[in-house]
Design a protein around this ligand. Structure first.
Ligand SMILES: NC(=O)c1ccc[n+]([C@@H]2O[C@H](COP(=O)([O-])OP(=O)(O)OC[C@H]3O[C@@H](n4cnc5c(N)ncnc54)[C@H](O)[C@@H]3O)[C@@H](O)[C@H]2O)c1
Ligand SMILES: [Zn+2]
Length: 352
């Protein structure tokens, strides 16, 4: 097991985390314990959890997926906590992907003015990204993560055994955030990832530790995203717009699939504006296309994509705020792209 310490909690990574997990729960002395699952983590992860833990708990089950990351589901969670007579001395364990972690953390943080919670992420995306950094929340009026709080868990337990049942497409989606971490801050990791083509047979533990360190260092330095934390948005300005567009079509993309396209576009912008070499651009492009393939983005949707990007709260004036690469492993936040430059990036992607 590897322990990554943050200033007020630890991330434990390994397949042998259970003893530490049981000890931590005991040391918290919670008055009541609930475990939040969805139908998939109930089927695939809860049996393992049950076998390895030594305390009693109530299971709260919600429906899976982003569509259910809503106030209605929060009401269900809060109601079940009330029925279970949980109080501020209770503890919630979030056993699931990013939806469970974000929403469970939010429900715990707001229940009776704040109850403790522990993250046990079960998707690659939540293990490497969503479960750390303190951002919690839900979607509201169709706007992603528009209601929420910053708050930290008591601990995060990353157990890669749980990834064994994750669908391949979900695994690949989470992998995009690992690629992102390497591109913004760790050229050595990037070289290692370049050697990976078959995600099904990877030993994730070591790669996860290295990737988590990137996020750990960034969120510790800038927990509330005033500056350097924006580095984590690399690929996300254009990627989010692509994700939102496909959300309304029958070709929905998973988050990481859209971010992969976004990273190609924003690498091209980095080549145009911030010194990324042509060789590095080509290396990034070739690898991302090999893993994710290409989605087709017709130029008729460019205005819609630009409109989505313009809504971003990080923008100043008509330019679009982006994080760019100076080189692989080195990035620069608070850069901007004009609509014309963004269109060049989309044209580059389409020309591949
Ligand atoms: N808080 C943050 O900093 C942050 C960062 C990135 C993403 N997010 C959020 O994370 C969410 C996406 O997370 P996600 O990709 O984990 O999605 P998810 O939670 O919807 O999980 C994806 C799917 O995998 C299933 N699943 C989960 N674990 C499984 C397992 N071990 N075996 C089989 N199936 C399993 C789930 O039931 C679900 O159907 C989004 O809502 C996003 O906003 C938050
Ligand atoms: Zn992301």
């Amino acid at each position: 097991m590897t322990t990554l310490p943050l200033s007020d909690y630890n991330i434990y990574i390994g397949t042998d985390i259970w003893e530490t997990f049981n000890e931590l729960i005991a040391s918290e002395e919670p008055a009541q314990i609930a475990v939040l699952v969805d139908e998939n983590t109930k089927e695939f992860c809860l049996p393992i959890f049950k076998e390895k833990t030594n305390f009693d708990y109530k299971v709260i089950e919600i429906l899976s997926g982003e569509l259910h990351k809503t106030l209605d589901t929060c009401q269900q969670i809060w109601s079940e906590m009330m029925d279970f007579k949980m109080n501020r001395n209770g503890l919630l364990i979030n056993l699931g992907g990013g939806v469970i972690g974000d929403m469970g953390g939010f429900c715990a943080s707001t229940f009776k003015r704040g109850m403790r919670f522990v993250q046990m992420p079960t998707t690659l995306l939540s293990q490497v990204d969503a479960s750390i950094g303190g951002k919690l929340g839900i979607d509201f009026m169709d706007v992603k993560n528009s209601i929420g709080v910053f708050n930290n868990p008591q601990a995060v337990f990353v157990n890669t055994v749980l990834l064994d049942t994750l669908p391949a497409r979900e695994l690949r989606s989470g992998y995009a955030e690992m690629i992102k971490h390497s591109l913004i801050a760790n050229a050595t990791d990037w070289k290692e990832l370049l050697g990976i083509s078959d995600l099904a047979h990877i030993k994730w533990d070591k790669l996860l530790v290295s990737s988590l360190k990137v996020k750990q260092q960034i969120v510790e330095e800038d927990p509330f995203e005033h500056g350097i934390r924006k580095a984590l948005n690399f690929g996300h300005t254009i990627g989010h717009a692509i994700e939102s567009h496909f959300l309304h079509t029958d070709k929905r993309l998973l988050h990481g699939e859209a971010i992969a396209a976004g990273m190609i576009c924003e690498s091209y912008l980095s080549y145009l504006k911030s010194g990324l070499s042509k060789a590095d651009l080509e290396e990034i492009t070739t690898y991302l296309l090999k893993i994710y393939g290409k989605c087709s983005i017709s130029d008729s949707v460019y205005p819609e994509l630009l409109a989505t990007m313009r809504q971003d709260k990080k923008n100043i004036s008509t330019e679009i705020n982006v994080t760019l690469l100076n080189a692989i492993g080195v990035c620069q936040v608070n850069q901007s792209g004009t609509p014309e430059e963004i269109i060049k990036c989309l044209d580059y992607y389409n020309s591949l």
